[in-house]
Write a protein that binds this ligand. Sequence first.
Ligand code: ADP
Ligand code: ADP
Length: 219
Amino acid sequence: MLEVQSLVKTYGAFRALGPVTFSLGREDRVLGVVGPSGCGKSTLLRVLAGLDPLTGGTVRLDGTPITGARPDVAVVFQEPRLLPWATVRANIELGIWDQPASDRAAAVQAALAQVQLPAFGNALPRQLSGGMAQRVGIARALVRRPRLLLMDEPFAALDPLTRLRMQDHLLEMVGQEVPNVVIITHDIDEALALSDRILVLAGPPGEIRADLKIDLPQP
Ligand code: ADP
Ligand code: ADP
């Protein structure tokens, strides 16, 4: 269970986010986060990732406060952020640097297959297209089999067909290999296709409607 209570993030006097309150149970596998540019979506993700300290409120994952980066939380940014001088395989292996070396090769190969790049382990990032590099960034997060996967517009750089494939893969994994996903998207079709729950952050900051549940009429 991810519990976010009265979360506020300010930069100096400027409130970038909140207060926002919501919780995400195991049954709410995917939370889609939508809202206009500048409403604090990326800020929320950085705070959930423990990459940016919160200013007010609390964030707990399975009862434990999130106070910094955690081994069971993985992040996919808009850009892949790969090390340019390291191979694709080495970049993905960084996601599990803390695990026994004997386990890593198979895990990396499985992650490469999940993003449909099984033959690209020895490639360097500059040899990849933008979309392929982004998929390597996704593999680096998936290889951890995180308890919570945080994604900031992860598929925006992909061509439409690859995007649909990656959405399908994500749906195959959530609930099992990856219990909960929080995904920021500006694409309402993507939000509706992937989400069990949608959080609408509506600007300006301070007038946020948290935890809006959207009910779709049954046919
Ligand atoms: P979104 O992802 O919804 O577009 P962000 O979370 O990136 O919004 O930003 C929310 C607001 O906080 C914006 O007005 C942005 O300019 C501001 N902001 C984000 N990061 C910082 C920072 N490090 N310092 C100051 N202001 C920031
Ligand atoms: P982008 O979104 O930057 O165009 P994509 O990942 O969608 O990048 O792929 C662009 C091109 O890269 C594809 O049209 C294809 O030619 C090549 N490519 C992508 N994935 C593979 C793959 N698994 N095997 C071989 N070629 C691929």
